[in-house]
Design a protein around this ligand. Structure first.
Ligand code: ZN
Length: 179
């Protein structure tokens, strides 16, 4: 069984996550990360969360910081930041989890399987050659969340390094304009 990318399954998984009121992707502007909410990274344009009910260990959700439903609603800066974060997140996942492959995609609209259809988000799912039994394992999803805190701690320093780099880049640009 090789075709395991099953976005309709995400809607089930994410549907279970919607237990608290409001949008799971909306955070106060001042927050840059939050372990309790599994938020690994947030700046003014984009954010990265670990999926609380993952399809596989290291399952990330990359979203614009702004509450926007459709990809056509993104500004050029937001679209660029999301794609850059997709790239950086894959680098970080490969460094720490060494997956054999990665699935990434968008579910646009509830009909396409989006559990949180009103806030755009990319799924990034690490895959391993021997994970073809994951579907049956994750049918009893309980086994994975125990690892989420560990995975969060493992990935956070790299995302914080990205945040520091972003701050440094903005500082240099600002100083460059002054000259
Ligand atoms: Zn939102």
């Amino acid at each position: 069984m090789k075709t395991l990318w099953a976005p309709w399954r995400m809607s089930y998984i994410l549907g279970q996550a919607g237990t608290r009121e409001g949008c799971i992707f909306d955070f106060p502007a001042a927050i840059t990360h939050d372990k309790r909410q599994l938020l690994l990274y947030k700046d003014g344009l984009c954010e990265v969360l670990l999926n609380r009910f993952p399809y596989a260990n290291g399952h990330l959700l990359i979203a614009p910081a702004r509450h926007v439903a459709d990809i056509t609603g993104l500004s050029t800066a937001e679209a660029g930041a999301l794609m850059a974060m997709l790239k950086d997140s894959i680098i970080i996942l490969r460094r720490h989890l060494r997956p054999d492959g990665i699935n990434s995609g968008l579910n646009l609209g509830a009909a396409a399987g989006a559990g949180q259809a009103d806030h755009l988000h990319f799924h990034v799912v690490p895959r391993w050659q021997e994970d073809h039994n994951f579907m049956t394992v994750t049918a009893e999803i309980r086994s994975i969340p125990e690892h989420i805190d560990n995975t969060f701690d493992q990935l956070l320093p790299d995302f914080q390094a990205l945040a520091r780099q972003g701050t440094e880049d903005r500082r240099q640009k600002t100083e460059g304009r002054k000259e």
